[in-house]
Design a protein around this ligand. Sequence first.
Ligand code: NAP
Length: 222
Amino acid sequence: MKIAIIGTGRMGKALLKTFYKSYPNSILFSSRSLTKAQEVIDGLAIELKAVPLEDALQADIIIPTLWFRDLIPWLEENKEQLKGKILIDITNPFNASFDDFTTAFDTSSAEEVQKAVPQTKVVGAFKNTYWVVFDQPVLQGLKSDLYITSQDEQALNTVINILRPLPFRVLNAGALINSRTIERMTLLSRELSLKAGNYPRISFNLWGLEHDGLIANNIEAL
Ligand SMILES: NC(=O)c1ccc[n+]([C@@H]2O[C@H](COP(=O)([O-])OP(=O)(O)OC[C@H]3O[C@@H](n4cnc5c(N)ncnc54)[C@H](OP(=O)(O)O)[C@@H]3O)[C@@H](O)[C@H]2O)c1
């Protein structure tokens, strides 16, 4: 199974570094600029060759690391190639001042992404994981939570299983509608961490889930 990460920004780099550690032979990395993508790879000193977008779109799982406003037109452009694939949506629909969202309360960017590509299996993940947290996902002795959502149960399970070797606590967060809450949790964590003076080194770890079967795989690590 191939996993494509698209974009050389903060999340693109963080995801590349993290996924490569667990899946060195399964990662495709791409960008609008092949040169820029290769520079990022070289900067991380990993054995990989950047690929053009058309090759990255052949992967089974695609992770575009674009902003929500850029992602919707990008999905429209690449709709055909994305058919039948799993797309991991990491976007939070921030406004220009990063203190609110551009989406209404009765939707989420994950749901809007799913509407834009109805024949693609959209899975929401990494919504609350600030780029710096990837370097140190265990904070104060607790693993950082990943809340995973999807309308497609099979895609949800596939992604959960793929994320399990990563250094996070992976939680089945149910249907895409829950992304409304999960995405807005990022707004809350941002405000709290700014007040506490440690933005962006902030993440969620929901207390009290130790006996939930969904996280049994991670109990011993806590
Ligand atoms: N920053 C965080 O901590 C964080 C946490 C959770 C979720 N997120 C979400 O992750 C996404 C990326 O955040 P970021 O902080 O990594 O942003 P960023 O550093 O600005 O990176 C965004 C990347 O998207 C690519 N891009 C921009 N416009 C594009 C277009 N029209 N077509 C194709 N690619 C385009 C660019 O990569 P190329 O120049 O290589 O094409 C750019 O580097 C956002 O949706 C954000 O809500 C961010």
